[in-house]
Design a protein around this ligand. Structure first.
Ligand code: GTP
Ligand code: SPV
Ligand code: MN
Length: 603
């Protein structure tokens, strides 16, 4: 078949690759995705016709769609995710590994004929800006129209990207994706084709991704976790920059000082919410630059500059509401969005837990069943998501459009911990900050398949996303610290919005009230406030957390801030156990930091 039947390319190497993939996967047709509005309309119609999409009421959610996935295909599959570096030690002990040739021998038969009866879409995309000094191109080949519609929101795609790639005959990341559900002649398709066999595979040396069997989120939208974190982290190691699972927030103080903060929290631990923060302190403004991924490079002035490589948000729906995250609600209200695995209302709108205090009457849950609050199960899947254009975010900072990025003043690490981790702690220096990041822990969430609520170590919130040896990754952090002027490096902080009291309630109100913690962070950076030193770093005096207008007394604030040496003594053996897994690849500075911590705890 002719791969240029609908478009084609003068990029000779790309043309050859597309023909090769088409010959292997044998689709009925090949479509080059242009990114035009007209094409998007056609793809959405195709998805409505196939039952994947239900169009929402145009008056409340224009140009927006509901999708329900297969109940077995609802989250990232970490146990099916592989880093197939040439050498096993380059994948490290935190990643699944198989030799590249062996993996290809496993996958090639799966891709053989996998797209039969389907359309193969070729999506040219760029992560970051097309006019960046070094544009980061990608091609995703997929047999999922849902992926095309989602990628159009999440990344800059289509004709302008392809034209630039052709002009430069540019290198690009090769992403190959199939839902793994070939259609026999005349067979009826299902609304969410996928396969019980799943593989999410990365070849870091080749800068290639092969994804098979899933149509959901980070498994299938290859620009996101597969490229912008796993492959990009390996590129960043080679080139001296950083690809991180971080939001980027712009803060302006009443004094008019502008600071950009990056924050790494594990999946479903509050990045999107903090990125869309509505401040609760007079005179403070917060603007959004990114909500999930930051690419950070050192500028000529020695500061670390961050760019958001994405073009949309793929945000956790449950818990997003007018009370907690009105910015997100305003964003999705403008339409042009896809809602996956949320509940539906009879009047063509969507609903999920936490959107409103009370559920509307007569809901249809994410599985398509009638639902009432007495049903005893959630109406929306816990990892249900909204996919929405970032340019609709009312608080989007103008700097989002700047390919040079924004200079980062502070990096926050945070997770979900019911105990032990105080509301906020400032690391003494980059090395201790790297230690706090390397030992970051969090209770697992529904963003990945597997048990929920289990404490696990998640270094820099990157455990599922480091595209190489995790010990080398931590070493890369330390090396960058040594190579650059520490006085210009971001200050590092550890935060925990999720600590609980004895009755199980949150000790800190979180969401917009996190402004008060950020104020202390900025005050520290500006040298305006003192702190108390503890074995894990500097901590605020309760009186220095601004509680104006907040219904909390100093004792309650102190409880959220408290450093408990007993709890930290219990943490030490867990960190030792975690570090032991790294073997020789653990940088010595980190075991030094652990020794220092236990000595200080015993002192
Ligand atoms: P990924 O997109 O998976 O990377 O998640 P994320 O880190 O962007 O998390 P998100 O902001 O979507 O929040 C996940 C869940 O945590 C939602 O249900 C939120 O309502 C809840 N959450 C976010 N911030 C806070 C907070 O400050 N306090 C509390 N208690 N919950 C929060
Ligand atoms: C995450 O799990 O961190 C996400 C969602 O942001 S996904 O794109 O599925 O990785
Ligand atoms: Mn994420």
């Amino acid at each position: 078949m002719d791969s240029t039947a609908h478009g084609g390319t003068t990029h000779t190497e790309l043309d050859a690759w597309v023909r090769e993939v088409a010959a292997l996967t044998r689709p009925d047709r090949v479509v080059w995705v242009t990114g035009s509005d007209e094409e998007s309309g056609q793809i959405n119609e195709t998805l409505v016709a196939s039952g994947t999409f239900t169009r929402l009421d145009d008056a409340t959610k224009p140009n927006s769609f509901h999708a329900a996935s297969d109940p077995e295909d609802v989250a990232r599959v970490e146990d099916r995710t592989y880093i197939c570096s040439v050498r096993e030690e380059d994948a490290g002990h935190t990643n699944n590994w198989m030799a590249p040739e062996e993996m290809k021998a496993t996958l090639t038969p799966l891709f053989d004929g996998a797209m039969a009866g389907r359309t193969m879409y070729v999506i040219p995309f760029v992560m970051g800006h097309l006019d960046a000094e070094q544009p980061m191109f990608g091609i995703e080949i997929t047999d999922s129209a849902y992926v095309v519609a989602s990628m159009r929101i999440m990344a800059r795609i289509g004709d302008p990207v392809l034209a630039r790639m052709e002009e430069l005959q540019a290198d690009y990341v090769k992403g190959l994706h199939s839902v793994g559900a070939p259609l026999a002649e005349g067979a009826q398709d299902v609304a969410w084709p996928c396969n019980t066999t799943k593989y999410i595979v990365h070849f870091p040396e080749e800068r290639a991704i092969w994804s098979y069997g899933s149509g959901y989120g980070g498994n299938a939208l290859l620009g996101k976790k597969c490229y912008a974190l796993r492959i990009a982290s390996a590129i960043a190691r080679d080139e001296g920059w950083m690809a991180e699972h971080m939001l980027i927030l712009k803060l302006t103080s009443p004094q008019g000082e502008v600071h950009y903060v990056a924050a790494a929290f594990p999946s479903a631990c509050g990045k999107t919410n903090l990125a869309m923060l509505q401040t609760t302190l007079e005179g403070w403004t917060a603007e959004t630059v990114g909500d999930d991924i930051a690419w950070m490079r050192f500028g000529e002035d020695g500061r670390l500059y961050a760019v958001n490589p994405e073009f949309g948000l793929f945000g956790v729906a449950p818990g997003t509401g007018w009370g907690t995250n009105p910015t997100a609600m305003h964003t999705v209200e403008q339409g042009n969005s896809i809602f996956t695995n949320v509940a539906r209302t009879p009047d063509g709108d969507v609903w999920w837990e936490g959107m409103t205090d009370e559920a509307p009457a007569q809901l249809t849950d994410w599985l398509g069943n009638d639902w009432t609050p007495d049903s005893g199960r959630p109406a929306a899947h816990p990892n249900s998501r909204f996919c929405t254009p970032i340019e609709q975010v009312p608080t989007l900072a103008p700097e989002y459009a700047d390919p040079r990025g924004v200079p980062i003043s502070a990096i926050l690490f945070g997770g979900r911990r019911k105990t032990t981790v105080p509301l906020v702690t400032q690391a003494r220096d980059w090395q201790q900050g790297t230690f706090l990041g390397a030992t970051l822990s969090s209770e697992t969430t529904a963003a990945a398949t597997g048990a929920v609520g289990v404490v696990r170590r998640d270094p820099m919130a990157m455990l599922p996303f480091i595209g190489y040896n995790a010990g080398d990754y931590l070493g890369h952090w330390l090396t960058l610290g040594k190579q650059h002027d520490e006085s210009k490096m971001p200050q590092i902080f550890l935060v925990n919005w999720f600590r609980r009291d004895a009755d199980g309630g949150f000790l800190w109100p979180g969401f917009g009230e996190n402004t008060r913690v950020l104020k202390w962070v900025i005050d520290r950076i500006e040298g305006r406030v003192s702190a108390t030193e503890t074995p894990i770093g500097f901590q605020p005096d309760p009186a220095d957390i601004d509680t104006t207008g907040l219904d909390m007394d100093e004792e309650q604030v102190a409880a959220a801030l408290a450093f408990d040496a007993e709890e930290w003594r219990a943490e030490v053996p867990m960190i030792q156990e975690w570090f032991a897994k790294f073997g020789d690849s653990l940088p010595a500075q980190l075991s030094d930091e652990l020794d220092t911590l236990s000595q200080r705890l015993d002192a």
